[in-house]
Design a protein around this ligand. Structure first.
Ligand SMILES: Nc1ncnc2c1ncn2[C@@H]1O[C@H](COP(=O)(O)OP(=O)(O)OP(=O)(O)O)[C@@H](O)[C@H]1O
Length: 231
């Protein structure tokens, strides 16, 4: 049987401080392949902390986290980095593109760390950029691109690494609402093609795009209504 992409068992994270702060408490969550899960919460509710744990950037201080069936608590930092690079694609609010590289180079360079040979990097980058509708912008510099185009490059970059999980942190936070809709439509299409997506946001309208929506408050997850009830 295929393990869930994500399984969190009573995961908690307390920052030592001072003052000591419990940012995540007793989080249980399973995300199966192909789900589109959104987590919505106000400022300070624990969204970044949650994302950092799921993205293997921070270690929980209690509980266990399985990624694709691997118990991440038993891994060294180097093993965690390797797993992160091979399984997770990140999309951030502020795009994080290299300003002096073309769209295609930005996507290609993301695969260097994974050890993908140059010729394959070129092919994969092209394919990923086509997938997000950027055939005509492959050689453009990020500074000449709109916010929506930049975010689509960032999505292409995340996809090129062939991740099992796409982790999106406020992916539309820097975009006007029409552009945000375009980017969300691309995420819908990726989900339709089978990608597993976990998206964190403070915006309930963005959260409603997921097929399963959870709320986070004071570091605790609670269930929200599914997409067709929220809309
Ligand atoms: N490095 C840290 N050390 C101590 N406390 C922290 C640290 N990072 C976050 N916190 C605290 O943990 C709690 C959760 O913070 P977190 O950044 O995860 O929330 P958030 O929902 O992402 O907020 P925002 O939407 O404003 O980014 C808050 O009380 C915050 O002050």
């Amino acid at each position: 049987m295929t393990p869930p992409v994500i399984a969190l068992e009573r995961v908690g994270l307390t920052y030592p401080g001072p003052p000591e702060t419990t940012a995540l408490a007793d989080v249980d969550l399973r995300i199966e392949t192909g789900e589109y899960v959104t987590i919505v919460g106000p400022s300070g509710s624990g969204k970044s902390t949650f994302l950092n744990v799921v993205g293997l950037l921070d270690r929980p201080t209690s509980g266990r986290y399985f990624l694709d069936g691997t118990d991440t608590s038993t891994l060294t930092d180097a093993e965690r980095s390797g797993l992160r690079g091979s399984r997770i694609g990140f999309v951030f609010q502020s795009f994080h593109l290299l300003p002096h590289r073309t769209a295609a180079q930005n996507v290609e360079l993301s695969m260097v760390y994974q050890g993908v040979p140059h010729s394959e990097r070129v092919v994969r980058a092209r394919r990923a950029l086509l997938l997000v509708g950027l055939r005509h912008r492959m050689t453009a510099m990020p500074t000449t691109m709109s916010g929506g185009e930049r975010q689509r490059v960032a999505i292409a970059r995340a996809l090129a690494g062939k991740p099992k999980l796409l982790l999106c942190d406020e992916p539309t936070g820097n975009l006007d609402s029409a552009t945000a809709d375009e980017v969300l439509a691309h995420l819908d299409a990726l989900h339709g093609a089978g990608m597993t997506i976990l998206l964190i946001t403070h915006d309930p309208a963005v959260a409603a795009r997921g097929t399963r929506s959870l709320a986070i408050r004071d570091g605790r997850l609670t269930v929200r209504a599914p997409r067709d009830v929220v809309r």
